[in-house]
Write a protein that binds this ligand. Structure first.
Ligand code: UDP
Length: 498
């Protein structure tokens, strides 16, 4: 009957694997575990092989469907030098020209769940009286900072950049954020990137609720602060919409390619906790000089590794954001001469895209050298794998700082400011430190001892978080599982009362 029928929910994500992956996971769980009828609206872009595979999985629950929105031609709308936020926002806005009719076609769902960059949906859904929930795929720290930036944006003269403020940014109730850690999008306030970003953030006030891919024990202080403190926008005091902590939502299963299976088979034959996994997200690319340093650093460390290698790009640290895994390159052609040959006993090079969560889940994986995208962090912590933090773009510097200074599960790689790169020595140092299989005898025993201990401390902390993440997701009383139950109930109540 109308009162007991499970909610019908539509879910939509902006393009980019870092958002599609967690929204898809949320959608699947709402269907499989909470009985919702779910339509996943896919914004069709020049999708990568990895994305196509993910959305054509044969393992979706029966009450779950993917609906492809018609592809839009944005070539004339996006200025050629536009960056990620601007591109994404325009693609979404154009794709949503059909949103109203799609929502009506599927019989007006009880709610639409969107990601941060799909905020154009608020306008469409208002017309249809469909409640919109915003699923924030990043940290609570980023959300609380971003909401606070709305205030700063009004209060601080627009000629003064946030990054030049003399003091760290003090969001009420939160750990101060160093200005150098601020996300790329807000570094130039007059840029299109910043305008789009703050527009998306300002629309969160229209959400019926905010879902966060985190859990209560990972970010307790920030969660408390964001729930208790209002923020300000256009001089109005705004109470943050109800927060549902639903994470860590990471890929439980993923379609694995032949090369992915080979990589996992290679891991099968390595000792426990002995391999460092090197992967810089879906977008991450480095220059050829930097690629060279990584190769030498790994080789010099003598440690076992799995390394996801992509063609170098000279100007853009998020070079494969829109088309990861699209071009399968031959890594040999841009690695140092003889590298593959010399490291074939200890190393495994993957071209372009690896089954990351399966690699992190593997018992042989002992450390993760990561660009610190939020999904990568959640995947690593869920498997108890300590990290080496190498933030590249977006909000990753903040994430790296949280991991090192608050959570205590990572070491940060230092960038050699003179050369503008992370040197091979630095990579060698960090990898050996975190993998920590005893190290070699050295004169400086005390320092070695301390480093050895640090490796152990990080691993121990990561293991604890793994347990805490598992607890949050348990179907008998886990806080994140209960949040989704609560959301399902709230949707049923709001349907009845509307
Ligand atoms: N990923 C993967 N294989 C790769 C690179 C990335 O499966 O070779 C997945 C990874 O597991 C994660 C997502 O892509 O789920 C990347 O999201 P994240 O938030 O870490 O970074 P982004 O790509 O958004 O910068």
């Amino acid at each position: 009957s109308e009162t007991t029928a499970k909610p019908r929910v539509a879910v939509v994500s902006s393009p980019g694997m870092g958002h599609i992956i967690p929204l898809l996971e949320l959608a699947k769980r709402l269907a499989a575990d909470h009985g919702c009828h779910v339509s996943f609206l896919n914004i069709t872009t020049q999708a990568s092989a990895a994305q196509t595979k993910l959305l054509n999985s044969t393992e979706f629950p029966p009450n779950f469907h993917v609906i492809n929105l018609p592809e839009v031609d944005v070539s004339k709308l996006i200025p050629p030098d536009s960056q990620i936020m601007t591109r994404l926002s325009i693609i979404v806005q154009e794709s949503f020209r059909c949103l109203k009719s799609v929502l009506l076609d599927i019989g007006k769902p009880d709610a639409l769940i969107i990601d941060l960059f799909s905020s154009h949906a608020f306008e469409v859904c208002k017309e249809l009286s469909i409640p919109v929930y915003s699923f924030d795929t990043a940290s609570t720290t980023l959300l609380s900072l971003s909401l606070y930036l709305l205030t700063l944006d009004k209060e601080i003269d627009s000629d003064i950049e946030f990054v030049n403020l003399p003091e760290p940014i003090r969001v009420p109730g939160c750990t101060p954020i160093r200005t150098e850690d601020l996300l790329d999008q807000v570094r130039k306030r007059k840029s299109e990137e910043c305008k789009w970003y703050l527009l998306h953030i300002s629309r969160i006030s229209m959400a019926a609720g905010v879902l966060l891919n985190t859990w209560e024990d990972l970010e307790p202080v920030t969660l408390k602060a964001i729930r208790e403190n209002p923020y300000y926008h256009n001089k109005a005091s705004i109470v943050t919409p109800p927060i549902y902590t639903v994470g860590p939502l990471i890929k439980e299963t993923e379609p694995i390619t032949e090369s992915g299976n080979e990589c996992l088979a290679w891991l099968d034959s390595q000792p426990p906790d002995s391999v460092v996994f090197v992967a810089l997200g879906s977008g991450g690319t480095v220059t050829s000089e930097q690629l060279n340093e990584i190769a030498w650093g790994l080789e010099m460390s003598g440690q076992r590794f799995v390394w996801v290698v992509r063609a170098p790009t000279e100007f853009d640290a998020s070079g494969t954001f829109f088309n990861v895994g699209g071009d399968i390159n031959d890594p040999k052609s841009f690695l140092p001469d003889g590298f593959m040959e010399r490291t074939k006993e200890v190393g495994y090079v993957v071209s372009s895209w690896a089954p990351q969560s399966a690699v992190l889940r593997h018992r042989s994986t002992g450390a993760f050298l990561s660009h610190c995208g939020w999904n990568s962090i959640l995947e690593s912590l869920s498997q108890g794998v300590p990290m080496i933090a190498w933030p590249l773009y977006a909000e990753q510097k903040m994430n790296a700082t949280i991991l090192v200074e608050e959570v205590g599960v990572a070491v940060k790689l230092a960038v050699d400011l003179r050369k503008g790169i992370v040197t091979r020595e630095e990579i060698e140092r960090a990898v050996s430190l975190v993998i920590n299989n005893g190290g070699n005898d050295d004169d400086d025993e005390e320092e070695e001892e301390e480093e050895r201990n640090l490796g152990k401390v990080l691993r121990l902390k990561a293991r604890k978080l793994k347990v805490s993440a598992e607890t949050a997701l348990r179907k008998d009383g886990g806080s994140s599982y209960d949040s989704l139950t609560q959301l399902t109930n709230d949707l049923m109540i709001s349907r009845i009362s509307s």
